[in-house]
Design a protein around this ligand. Structure first.
Ligand SMILES: *Cc1c(COP(=O)(O)O)cnc(C)c1O
Length: 231
């Protein structure tokens, strides 16, 4: 007979899912002949309250992704003070007027997607000692509504970042079109990064991270598969 007052599950459900995803990430890396240490799992914590995130930190996760600068500052500034090994990634669209705040908080910015933002980041760098790594977002599907540099403009944009603004670019990011198989986009991004000598590849989300890892992702961005569906 079921007892109506059974204690709640001892293990936090997000922690259980996080452990499963870590296992799957490591397996996908090993299956494709890669060292699992070269694939970073970014736990995307946007919209989830710190109370939902703390158990995952306690379990050992140190790398988190956020989409909104203001939300990220409110959630993470305090944690940063007590946990210097935290690594914070900006994965959402970045407004130029938030570039200074983003540089002050984040370790990696995945969404450098236009010339005006390159200028704003260069200006923020000139006023700060911090140097977050920068990834250029590429609109691999050439979708008109989606942010990112068109593939045919990438070479010129990388030149602008380096030569005009003195920014060094560490890698590329993509978000494939929702209605297409993602693998051709991941392979395309990998080839672009290789062509330009860029080591980091941010690609793969909850539904497709295993394919992304097979195709060379160094950073996968996983939210709902860890924290549950957003309300
Ligand atoms: C929200 C978001 C994610 C995580 O998406 P899930 O479907 O929750 O895994 C990954 N990448 C970007 C750019 C996002 O905005």
């Amino acid at each position: 007979m079921q007892h109506p007052e059974l204690p709640p599950q001892r293990q936090d459900s997000a922690v259980i899912r996080w452990q499963e995803i870590r296992t799957a990430v490591n397996r996908a890396a090993e299956d494709s002949g890669r060292n699992a240490e070269n694939v970073t799992l970014i736990a995307v914590s946007k919209t989830y309250p710190m109370a939902a995130i703390v158990p995952v930190i306690a379990a050992g996760q140190r790398v988190f992704g956020e989409n909104y600068v203001q939300e990220a500052l409110e959630k993470w500034s305090g944690q940063r003070q007590t946990m210097p090994e935290l690594e914070l990634h900006m994965i959402g669209p970045l407004q130029s007027n938030k570039a200074r705040d983003a540089v002050s908080l984040f370790d990696v910015i995945h969404t450098l997607d236009r010339p005006s933002l390159a200028a704003a980041l260069a200006s923020a760098f000139s006023k700060s000692e911090r140097r977050p790594k920068l990834l250029v977002q590429v609109n691999t599907g050439e979708e008109p509504q989606k942010a990112g540099i068109a593939p045919s403009d990438l070479a010129a944009f990388l030149g602008l970042c380096r030569e005009t603004h003195g920014l060094s670019i560490a890698g590329l990011t993509c978000i494939p079109p929702a209605d297409e198989p993602p693998s051709p986009h991941f392979a395309f991004l990998r080839d672009l990064a290789k062509h330009h000598g860029l080591p980091l590849l941010s690609m793969g989300m909850s539904a497709d991270y295993e394919q992304a890892i097979m195709l060379g992702a160094t950073h996968v961005r996983i939210g709902s598969a860890i924290f549950g569906a957003r309300g």
